[in-house]
Design a protein around this ligand. Structure first.
Ligand code: ZN
Length: 343
């Protein structure tokens, strides 16, 4: 009960990439960069295990950014001529590559780090991939002329990589869809259909992560405009509850999301965000246990997994790992406090 996991990413060591940045430059190159990614992945597994995390990830040490890390392995994308677009309904500007032709995979995307991680941890292993809607919101289209058509094309590629990850021994494959919280009407229209295409034929656990973004200024400013209650989830949870996705990862700690909305995910396993990635203030185990206890009013205890609100890639290393320790200890405390009469 109350297994723990993280949304996906962890800070990279300063010898591998610039610290505290969302789009950090690598500090190594060539074979040294490959070795550095390998060493950092092993380090992340060890640190998660030491913090009591049950479902571990590679910490996304091999990718510069959660979307572009995937796109680098896709044919039909021009990285040489990036253009500036407004992403997440123009919440912030980003320099993005352009889709210039039919999309296809160049080969395996995360095979190397997946097999490495699998060989070096006995814990359950989760791998994250960007979701189709979030990908199409983070590239410029100069070929398809239709967001849905392009999303389905990306979903086909994601499916190929997801199947290969499952064959590598990955236990949980999670698609990151922060765009679901922005284009709520499109989630039911085609967002879930695209996810279904991405998970087609998978027998491992599947998950979707829907958050209010990293703790960067643009997101913090955006949250300030959302009012006293954040009800975005209310618009999309009913459709997610009916979907074939196994787990839904949501932001709860310090969020103005009414916890009662979790009831709308009836039947799903819920990764409850109990760690805020937008503040450097480290949670206490008591605070972590309190959020788990609150979630347990609306979600069956055996369906709660305690996690982080979002990725920790841009965070300070010492703070990120202090927070993971609090996550492990808080879940342990919650098991003691709320575990009587286990469901
Ligand atoms: Zn997130």
């Amino acid at each position: 009960m109350f297994e723990t996991t993280i949304a996906g990413s962890l800070p990279k060591p300063a010898w591998l990439a610039e610290p505290n940045k969302l789009w950090p430059a690598w500090r190594l190159a060539g074979a040294e960069l490959d070795d550095g990614k390998r060493d950092a992945t092993l380090l992340m597994l060890k640190l998660q295990e030491d913090c009591g995390i049950d479902v571990v990830t590679d910490g996304e040490q091999s990718r510069q950014h959660f979307v572009h890390g995937f796109l680098e392995f896709v044919d039909g994308i021009d990285f040489a001529h990036k253009v500036e677009i407004g992403i997440r309904a123009d919440r912030y500007k980003a320099m993005v590559p352009q889709v210039v032709g039919e999309l296809g995979l160049k080969g395996r995307v995360h095979g190397r780090e997946a097999r490495l991680a699998r060989a070096h941890t006995r814990r359950k292993l989760k791998f994250t991939l960007p979701g189709p809607m979030t990908i199409v919101d983070t590239v410029a289209d100069a070929h398809y002329g239709d967001r849905v058509k392009m999303a389905m094309a990306f979903a086909g590629l994601l499916n190929a990589e997801a199947r290969a990850l499952a064959a590598d021994g990955v236990d949980v494959i999670q698609f990151d869809e922060p765009a679901f919280n922005v284009y709520m009407a499109e989630v039911a229209d085609w967002g879930i259909a695209a996810l279904h295409r991405a998970i087609e034929g998978l027998t491992c656990v599947t998950a979707v992560h829907i958050c209010y973004g990293y703790g960067i200024k643009a997101n913090i400013d955006w949250k300030a405009t959302l009012g006293g209650e954040w009800r975005q989830y209310e618009a999309i949870f009913p459709a997610l509850a009916k979907s074939r996705i196994g787990q839904v990862s949501v932001e709860c700690r310090n969020a103005r999301v009414p916890m009662g909305l979790l009831k709308l995910l009836d039947g799903k396993d819920v990764q409850v965000g109990v760690i805020d990635v937008a503040t450097d203030e480290v949670e206490t185990p008591d605070e972590v246990a309190a959020v788990i206890g609150e979630a347990a009013k609306y979600v069956a205890k055996n369906k709660i997994i305690a996690g982080t609100n979002c990725g920790m890639a841009p965070m300070r290393w010492d703070i990120a790992f202090a927070k993971l320790e609090a996550l492990g200890k808080g879940a342990e405390l919650a098991r003691k406090k709320f575990g009587v009469g286990e469901q």
